[in-house]
Design a protein around this ligand. Structure first.
Ligand SMILES: *Cc1c(COP(=O)(O)O)cnc(C)c1O
Length: 420
């Protein structure tokens, strides 16, 4: 690296640190369950997307272990060359069957799926309407596609209607894309309304259900099933296997023509090594558990209700309110606004064995730094009460401190995690 470039990187890092926007990682030792060991200490994880507690389920691990013993580690090539394994094929069939869709196609990650779909299906003549709070992979995929990108105000149905109207018929395809459950706020898109609008304007609707699949709807079939919609209403359905299923990867489900087109055109799929077969085996085992153990979802929703009621009782504004909170989801943000406050509260909780990572811009809009609390079916009542008590005490402590002290504590907290 040239000295000038090195200096440029250092200056930018220093700026991020001063702004409380510097990001660091903590190292987890062993399994990523709800109870885990991080930085050498045991703590309870309230910031994982392991909503059903399957990431550390012995049956899921055992399925992967058996597949590893029989089939080794790597797939060795992309699916089109020689990397497509019977475990992949069976998983695709089982996902399609579960969702009542003709076909499914497995991707290595949700990021790759969204890039592959948007870049593979859209081009310069097309118009893409996207909710402004969509996941970063949908934003990048949309930009990469070359389609005219229209960012629509969050959940603003009249704005979607106006943008569809404006797009008119002069263009190629009109595409509407939205998260089903918004990943940082936990609110749900109005899928019936988006589907009706899309149909009225002959637009194609794509839904990313990373946080709804396995959690919402009958049998955990996700947000589209929860809204009683099907493949005609939402022709392109994307969901991930690394969140509620506790495995890794993602899939697209839809028509024969959609999947065959992606096989020809989705560059992030065509030019990428197929996932390890054992990961597909793990996802298959997790899907069987999702289908056969509805009590996990019931427990998750009981936990969500407990957290919401407990927060209300203590006067803590956790989660959104009003219409935005109409559909309970396991994502419950505590919005603090200021980055330093978010870091300081996260630190306070971590010192008490409760892990809730602080989420800051650019992941969330400026001025909305937050603790993104997520719940799992495997959290206990006592753990949730402990979290609520600690948040109440932590907020009181922060409120009693001058702003400068909170800022200084936040800087030190980040520095100590980064080891700098
Ligand atoms: C996590 C997530 C993705 C990315 O999926 P990965 O498998 O983690 O790459 C895509 N969309 C949404 C809404 C997500 O939350």
């Amino acid at each position: 690296m040239s000295a000038a470039f090195e200096a440029r990187l250092s200056a930018e890092l220093a700026r991020l640190r001063q702004a409380n926007l510097y990001r660091t990682r903590r190292v987890v030792e062993g399994a990523h369950g709800i109870l885990l060991k991080v930085d050498g200490r045991c703590c309870i994880n309230f910031c994982s997307n392991d909503y059903l507690g399957l990431a550390a389920d012995p049956r899921v691990a055992e399925a992967a272990r058996q597949a590893l013993a029989q089939g080794g580690t790597g797939s060795g090539a992309s699916a089109l060359i020689s990397g497509y394994n019977l475990e992949h094929a069976r998983l695709e069939e089982e996902l399609a069957d579960f969702l009542g869709r003709p076909r499914a196609l497995l991707f290595s990650t949700g990021w790759a799926a969204n890039l592959g779909v948007l870049r593979g299906l859209l081009g310069k003549r097309d118009v893409l309407l996207a909710d402004e709070l969509n996941h970063a992979s949908l934003i990048d995929g949309g930009r990469l596609s070359g389609a005219e990108y229209r960012r629509v105000a969050h959940a603003d149905l009249p704005a979607f209607a106006a943008a569809l109207e404006q797009a008119g018929s002069a263009h190629g395809t009109k595409f509407v894309v939205s998260d089903a459950v918004f990943s940082m706020d936990g609110d749900c898109a109005d899928l019936p309304a988006l589907a009706a609008l899309s149909r009225a304007h002959e637009a194609t609707l794509m839904i990313d259900d990373a946080h709804g699949f396995g959690v919402l709807g009958p049998d955990g079939r996700g947000s589209v099933a929860a809204a009683d919609l099907d493949v005609d209403d939402v022709p392109i359905y994307v969901a991930t296997l690394g969140k509620s299923l506790g495995a890794a990867g993602a899939f697209v489900a839809g028509s024969e023509a959609l999947i065959e087109t992606l096989i020809q055109r989705a560059r992030s799929w065509v030019f990428s090594t197929a996932p390890p077969p054992a990961i597909a085996a793990a996802a298959r085992a997790a899907l069987r558990i999702v289908r056969s153990e509805p009590e996990r979802r019931q427990q998750l929703f009981a936990n969500i209700a407990q957290l919401r009621a407990g927060a209300a009782m203590r006067g803590i504004a956790i989660g959104l309110d009003g219409a935005a909170a109409a559909t309970p989801t396991p994502i419950l943000p505590l919005i603090l606004g200021d980055e330093a406050r978010a870091i300081a509260l996260s630190r306070y909780l971590f010192e008490r064995g409760l892990w809730v990572a602080a989420i800051r811009p650019p992941t969330v809009p400026a001025g909305t730094a937050r603790l993104r609390i997520t719940l799992s079916a495997t959290h206990t009542r006592a753990q949730i009460e402990d979290l609520l008590d600690a948040i109440a005490a932590g907020l009181a402590t922060l409120d009693a401190q001058p702003v400068a002290a909170v800022r200084q504590a936040a800087l030190q907290a980040e520095a100590s995690i980064a080891g700098i």
